[in-house]
Design a protein around this ligand. Structure first.
Ligand code: ZN
Ligand code: ZN
Length: 345
């Protein structure tokens, strides 16, 4: 058993995150305690830090993309033992509600989120241990493995996009971590070109390193005009929105060709809405799909994609900081100075 104090980030509301001495979490039946070796800052963490989050009630542990080694196991845990390198995601479905029974595990009525990755130790609840904790495949570092949770979400978005050989794929918010994972999967599926739209910043070099076909600076160019130019006036076959901004959702729909597919991936602030051109939806037969979260199946597929190198995590992790500098990491992501920041407690 591990006991005593540890350093952990505590979220006290928008703009307020402190590193504090807290008790090492105690684990119960079916649970494991993970000694965190790397925790990545997620867009959700950044949104929570900047404007709050409906599911994070302060004061709260913080961070949810982590990998480390098993420090202790609760009664009844058989798949894991002390010292094992593992990666866990932040939730697991109940498997008994209306949605779970219909295979829509990401919409589970009893989904809960496990926060606390920005700490020396994190407790993983029994339901997650049972479904969404995996040994880290050989060859993957803790930092790379910690990309599992966002990639599992991206896998579902990618499946909704139905990318076909030779497609033109436009990604709005294409130079952020989510956009860059979508980019890698789109090429893997035979996209002819991937057009990334974003504000020009230090992350552009990473998009270039990953082979982006065209970069559009939304700060100085008209993305709709540029995408039409690049696609013989038709628009992109597939558009993926990965920014979570209502105006960008609207733009994403405008980027799609007749009969094209639009995946709205980024979550916007609660209560926002966008106007929809009914003629475009009807006469142009647009396929518009929202996607949210992951399922145990998409988590497994994401792990294979990381292990096989189809999705490269290393280029996305542009900054590594100690726990004490978490806030600096959050600000770097806000300003586009880092794609993904890894915190090493
Ligand atoms: Zn995340
Ligand atoms: Zn459920």
């Amino acid at each position: 058993m591990v006991s005593g104090k540890m350093k952990a980030a505590v979220y006290h509301g928008p703009g307020k995150v402190a590193i504090e001495e807290v008790d090492v979490p105690q684990i119960g039946e079916g649970e494991i305690l993970v000694r965190v070796r790397a925790a990545l800052i997620c867009g959700t963490d950044l949104k929570t830090f900047l404007r709050g989050h409906r599911l994070v009630k302060p004061p709260s542990p913080f961070g949810h993309e982590f990998a480390g080694e098993v420090a202790a196991t609760g009664r009844g845990v058989t798949r894991f033992s002390e010292g094992m390198p593992v990666v866990a995601v932040n939730s697991a479905p109940c498997n008994v509600c209306f949605f779970c029974k219909r295979g829509q595990h990401n919409l589970c009525e009893d989904i809960f989120f496990n926060w606390g990755g920005f700490a020396e130790y994190v407790r993983v609840p029994a339901r997650v241990v049972g479904q969404n904790v995996h040994p880290i495949p050989e060859g993957l570092s803790y930092k790379e493995a910690a990309l599992l949770e966002p990639l599992a979400c991206v896998v579902r978005g990618n499946e909704a996009a139905g990318i076909e050989l030779g497609d033109s794929v436009a990604i709005a918010g294409g130079t952020g971590p989510i956009g860059l994972m979508h980019l890698q999967l789109a090429f893997h599926q035979g996209a002819k070109e991937v057009i990334a739209i974003g504000l020009r910043d230090e992350r552009w070099a990473v998009a270039q390193e990953l082979g982006v076909s065209h970069l559009i600076d939304a700060g100085s160019e008209d993305p709709v005009e540029r995408v039409l130019e690049l696609t013989e006036g038709r628009g992109a076959d597939v558009v993926i929105e990965a920014a979570g901004v209502p105006e960008v959702w609207e733009m994403a729909i405008a980027l799609a060709r007749k009969g094209g597919r639009v995946v709205l991936f980024g979550g916007c602030p609660v209560g926002t809405s966008i106007p929809l051109d009914t003629s475009r939806l009807h006469y142009d037969e647009l396929n518009i799909k929202g996607v949210f979260h992951h399922t145990p199946g998409s988590v497994e597929r994401a792990l294979h994609l990381l292990a096989s190198g189809v999705v490269k995590a290393k280029p996305l992790i542009t900054t590594v900081l100690p726990l004490e500098r978490l806030e600096e990491g959050l600000l770097m992501m806000k300003e586009g100075k880092a794609v993904k920041v890894a915190i090493t407690p």
